[in-house]
Design a protein around this ligand. Structure first.
Ligand SMILES: CC(C)(COP(=O)(O)OP(=O)(O)OC[C@H]1O[C@@H](n2cnc3c(N)ncnc32)[C@H](O)[C@@H]1OP(=O)(O)O)[C@@H](O)C(=O)NCCC(=O)NCCS
Length: 174
């Protein structure tokens, strides 16, 4: 059964493999950690940074919570939740980031991660979330619409990986 769990050291090497697959497949819509930087000490090295993010103590970054998706002990993907509607969230990164290991695509995991993630957002006291999705990212648009995403608009955006692109902004009411 798929579960969203808090990051934990036991899954570090599987997380690295997941990052490696996204990296090697040139996935541009979601950028995980650089797989080359992940070793057996990576979890301990980054823990404080993630703890600070949850408390909003990283300058310029919204409060955010990071979860890993595992199915019967197998690493599947990740889910990130940003609980504030800062300018950065509204005009670019949205409330949610999620991704599935490339070799596990098309098995229903993306839908399940987002569905479980919406429950977590509710538990954080949110009554709606914003998903911002590159208009070329048909799989994510499909998953978002399936789970109730209502299109507000499309805005222009830019980052190094995606270049100039259009972001569709979807609200999901919880
Ligand atoms: C988006 C993503 C999470 C989907 O994960 P997944 O495990 O393949 O998702 P699911 O198997 O639950 O569902 C995918 C759905 O999209 C559909 N889909 C896939 N590619 C599609 C395409 N090119 N056009 C339209 N629909 C598409 C599938 O048919 C499926 O629909 P169904 O459930 O109605 O049959 C995954 O592709 C991913 O990790 N992408 C890179 C990271 C990313 O884009 N994250 C989202 C950023 S906003």
């Amino acid at each position: 059964m798929l579960q969203l769990i808090k990051r934990c050291p036991e899954y570090t090497l599987e997380y690295k493999e997941y990052c490696r697959e996204l990296h090697d497949n040139h996935v541009i819509y979601f950028r995980p950690a650089n797989p080359n930087s992940i070793d057996e000490n990576w979890f301990a090295r980054t823990k404080l940074w993630y703890d600070k993010k949850e408390k909003g103590l990283i300058e310029g970054q919204p409060i955010s919570f990071h979860y890993w998706a595992v199915d019967d002990g197998k690493f599947i993907g990740e889910f990130q939740l940003r609980t504030e509607f800062s300018d950065k969230v509204l005009s670019g990164i949205g409330s949610i980031g999620y991704a599935v290991k490339v070799s596990e695509w098309g098995k229903g995991y993306g839908t399940e991660i987002l569905r479980l993630g919406l429950q977590i957002a509710k538990e954080h006291g949110m009554d709606k979330v914003l998903l911002t999705i590159n208009d070329k990212n048909a799989a994510s648009i499909h998953v978002c619409e399936k789970l109730g995403g209502m299109l507000e608009d499309s805005i222009e955006a830019y980052n190094d990986a995606e270049g100039h692109h259009l972001l569709k902004r979807y609200w999901i009411t919880l």
